[in-house]
Design a protein around this ligand. Structure first.
Ligand code: MTE
Ligand code: CO
Length: 419
């Protein structure tokens, strides 16, 4: 299946059909017209449209109503302590729109009045401090893009292919631009004592969720963020304040951030502190596995986005690494016999989602599609087999194994595993 350049695409499809046209069908999917398309006067050509501020806060077209976060009801006992998934197969580029960012809450979404919100820094500091939101907005601020991936993303797939759709297998990830104060500045203001080594950020949700974060990481690049994609954080994402821990597992990105305690030891040993470990085959556990290793997923085609047309098609996907930038993404259409290098599109940023594309020809033969990410440290995304050889079958967290999609003759696509 040779790749086709843009010129080849036009020659091979549009002009071969005598000037056929790309039409937008009601599904929003492009359809190649076999005969010249009918052009008629539609309603929207004849009436005045909506006045300005009909929607004071804009919402997507009603024809995009299927592009939503979704959950898997049987996954958790309650929907307050659950997860919803980003519809990766409906998105393009590398930014996740705010309303589509997956959510993970341990005790539901806290609704916080910003003027009543406080951030306290206490523990091993010279001056314990309490900041209002107004105080924080007077500090020098930074803007940075970062992906957030829950350590449990793809966790349901540890023992085999389970969920049909990249939204469910890989949708516990999002990537937005954050605006906020480098945590370093706040810690400097409080004056961290020389024996300090650990922080315990804590949320204002009813779970009071907290985690241990090494001081070193906090000083390197953590941000106390109040904006995402230019506007205030959404309640689901921790309004009015959250911790941003670039490249590290989502659980450490404490939402509704109300307190940071500075200490000389991790809080991991305390029962009430959230901690993620990876249970190994021999009964021991890996801990302090904070960095999200390189991973990728083909978002189109995928089970929720089957192939509809023979001939020219575009494969699209996302790759990311908690260790830096994505260097290369390889794609196979035949279960690993042949690999081709995909095009990385748009900015390739540090610890961000990176979009990749690969044009391909499809004549209706079954395909086994995989993608493999390589990051700037030279780390290569492992196969699921390789991952299981090292980590066994007991884990939930940190499954970054290569995903396989089986495209069938009719274009339908399913989640499978090949050895
Ligand atoms: N912070 C608080 N206060 N409460 C929570 O339940 N969930 C954590 C983290 N921060 C959580 C939290 C987990 S496990 C993840 S993966 C991320 O938030 C999810 O962030 P998101 O909801 O913005 O996607
Ligand atoms: Co999580």
């Amino acid at each position: 299946m040779p790749s086709t350049g843009r010129r080849g695409f036009l020659k091979g499809s549009l002009s071969a059909l005598g000037g056929g046209t790309l039409l937008a069908a009601s599904s929003g999917k492009p359809v190649l017209a076999k005969s010249p398309p009918e052009i008629k006067i539609e309603d929207w050509n004849t009436y005045l449209g909506d006045a300005v501020v009909t929607n004071p806060y804009g919402v997507p077209s009603e024809h995009e109503a299927h592009v939503v976060r979704r959950n898997v009801e049987w996954l958790t006992a309650s929907q307050e302590s659950s997860v919803s998934f980003t519809p990766l197969h409906e998105l393009d580029g590398f930014i996740t729109p705010n309303g589509l960012c997956f959510e993970r809450h341990h005790s539901g979404v806290a609704h916080i009045e910003p003027s009543a919100h406080r951030l306290m820094i206490n523990g091993l500091v010279d001056n314990p401090l309490i900041f209002t939101m107004e105080d924080l907005k007077r500090f020098p601020r930074v803007n940075r893009f970062a992906f957030l991936e829950c350590a449990a993303n793809s966790g349901m797939e540890w023992r085999g292919a389970q969920l049909n759709g990249c939204q469910f297998t890989h949708g516990m990830v999002h990537c937005v631009q954050y605006t906020g104060v480098p945590l370093k500045y706040l810690l400097e203001e409080a004056g961290v004592k020389t024996n300090a080594k650990w922080l315990m950020p804590e949320g204002a949700d009813s779970a009071g969720m907290n985690r241990s974060v090494p001081l070193e990481k906090a000083l390197e690049d953590c941000i106390v963020a109040y904006k995402m994609n230019g506007e205030a954080l959404r309640p689901e994402q921790g309004y009015p304040l959250r911790l941003v821990v670039p490249g590290w597992e989502g659980n450490m990105w404490v939402k509704w951030l109300r307190r940071i305690e500075v200490g000389d030891q991790p809080w991991h040993t305390r029962e009430e502190t959230s901690k993620y470990t990876d249970l190994m085959e021999d009964g021991s556990s890996r801990r302090f596995t904070w960095i999200m290793d390189a991973k990728s997923i083909v978002t189109n085609p995928s089970p929720q986005a089957p192939l509809l047309h023979k001939g020219h098609n575009m494969l699209s996907g996302l790759a990311w690494s908690g260790r830096g930038k994505i260097k290369r993404v390889d794609v196979t259409l035949d279960g690993g016999k042949n690999w081709r290098t995909a095009e990385l599109s748009g900015p390739v940023l540090d610890k961000c989602l990176t979009r990749f594309y690969l044009p391909f020809q499809w004549q209706g033969d079954p395909m086994l599609i995989q993608s493999r990410a390589i990051d700037e440290t030279g780390y290569i995304q492992p196969t699921k087999k390789e991952l299981r050889q090292v980590r066994g079958l007991n884990s939930i967290y940190h499954n970054n194994g290569i995903q396989t999609w089986h495209v069938m003759k009719n274009g339908e696509t399913e989640n499978v595993e090949i050895s």
